[in-house]
Design a protein around this ligand. Structure first.
Ligand SMILES: [Zn+2]
Length: 386
């Protein structure tokens, strides 16, 4: 199969359940995508990911471009072979990382980033070497990496930006999106290995509703395969973010998958984003929190016919490093179906592993938090389709 499409299978209120077909197989939505920044979901291998029923993972074009570099990826025949994962992969364009460098200075106090109409010149955060990303180059990187879904190169404006700065960033993003679209068509919409590569547009515009709608209209005009909601707002102020997302979602055609970028730090956040009408989410949060001792506990309950995430813990997570868990023989979450909880590993043992920084801890904890998020998505999907 060498194509991409999304089929809406069911709806409940704004919530959607669907199927996304990619050259590396299908993805049932709504879906949480574990993040493998450098081509690895930290502490886990491809078999672990299969077992926790990950359907699609995310890799980071900026990081893979710098290390191992495009030559190695080309020699492997693309990222799927390189990391030994033959299921769908999405790459971000590197825009977010490149623009994050704008806040950093080198030892001579020079900015690491220079933005022009053509693209962005930046210095690697690793060795200070200089690079230049244009909208075409950012897509070419992703073509060589070989993801099933690529993202356009957008200018990420800070939420502290003025409206005028935000407008300028949107105008530039639109200009770059048009260039990306032309380049994508010229390449036959394929990656460097001849397989279809979907391209998603990104809606920026900060917290300004008018700008968000303008950005959405521009992205829809370019008719990309999917629409992503981007921006720094995400994850920090979920109420505002979800309101903005909801207001946009009704204008997005049913057959376009909707991706809430960076959403999923807390279980309640993804539930809210699914309710706003979105299908795909990614966040380093669940695996990073796991490594830092925060483990998800809680469940989806129906209240007045609406799914709500409920937990006895703040943000739905317990801190395994606390002394109270030293003698707690229960699994992390008695209702959880993950390998860690089902195989009989106790809070007491995980507390011990965490305290002694045993490497086994990172795997067991990551398996739990990621399976927890994936299970939440599966339950929401079932609720929508029932
Ligand atoms: Zn578990």
């Amino acid at each position: 199969m060498n194509s991409f499409h999304f089929k809406l299978e069911g709806q409940k209120g704004c919530m959607r359940a669907g199927r996304m077909m990619t050259p590396h197989g299908e993805v049932k939505t709504p879906i949480f995508m574990p993040v493998g920044t450098l081509g690895s979901v930290k502490a886990l291998d491809a078999q672990d990911l299969q077992q926790l029923k990950a359907q699609i993972i995310l890799a980071n074009a900026y990081h893979l471009y710098l290390r191992p570099g495009l030559n190695q990826l080309k020699k492997a025949g693309g990222v799927h072979n390189f990391i030994n994962w033959q299921k769908p992969i999405l790459t971000d364009s590197g825009g977010f990382q490149v623009f994050s460098l704008a806040h950093m200075k080198n030892s001579q106090q020079q900015s690491l980033v220079q933005i022009s109409q053509d693209g962005v010149a930046f210095r690697s955060h690793l060795d200070g070497s200089t690079h230049f990303f244009t909208p075409e180059k950012a897509l070419e990187n992703q073509r060589v990496i070989g993801a099933d879904i690529a993202m356009i190169f957008d200018q990420c404006a800070s939420d502290q930006s003025s409206i005028a700065e935000m407008e300028a960033a949107l105008a530039r993003t639109y200009d770059w999106a048009k260039k990306a679209k032309i380049y994508w068509e010229e390449q036959g919409r394929t990656n460097a290995y001849g397989r279809y590569q979907a391209l998603f547009g990104i809606v920026q515009g900060g917290t300004d509703l008018k700008l968000r709608h303008l950005a959405l209209k521009q992205m829809l005009d370019l008719d990309f395969d999917g629409i992503a909601f981007g921006g720094e707002t995400i994850g920090y102020n979920m109420v505002e973010t979800v309101n903005l997302m909801k207001s946009l979602s009704k204008f997005i055609p049913d057959d376009k998958p909707r991706y809430g970028m960076g959403i999923g730090r807390d279980p309640a956040n993804v539930v809210a984003a699914v309710k706003a009408g979105y299908d795909m989410f990614d966040c380093v949060g669940p695996s990073r929190l796991a490594r830092n001792g925060s483990l998800f506990v809680g469940r989806l309950v129906l209240k007045k016919g609406e799914p709500i995430f409920e937990s006895e813990f703040k943000h739905g997570r317990l801190s395994i490093g606390k002394q109270i868990y030293a003698n707690d023989q229960r699994p992390i979450d008695p209702h959880c179906h993950c390998h860690t909880c089902q195989a009989g590993y106790s809070r007491s043992y995980l507390h011990h592993l965490y305290k002694t920084k045993e490497l086994t801890y990172y795997r067991l904890a990551s398996i739990h938090n990621l399976r927890f998020m994936l299970n939440l998505m599966e339950q929401l999907r079932k609720f929508i389709l029932d």
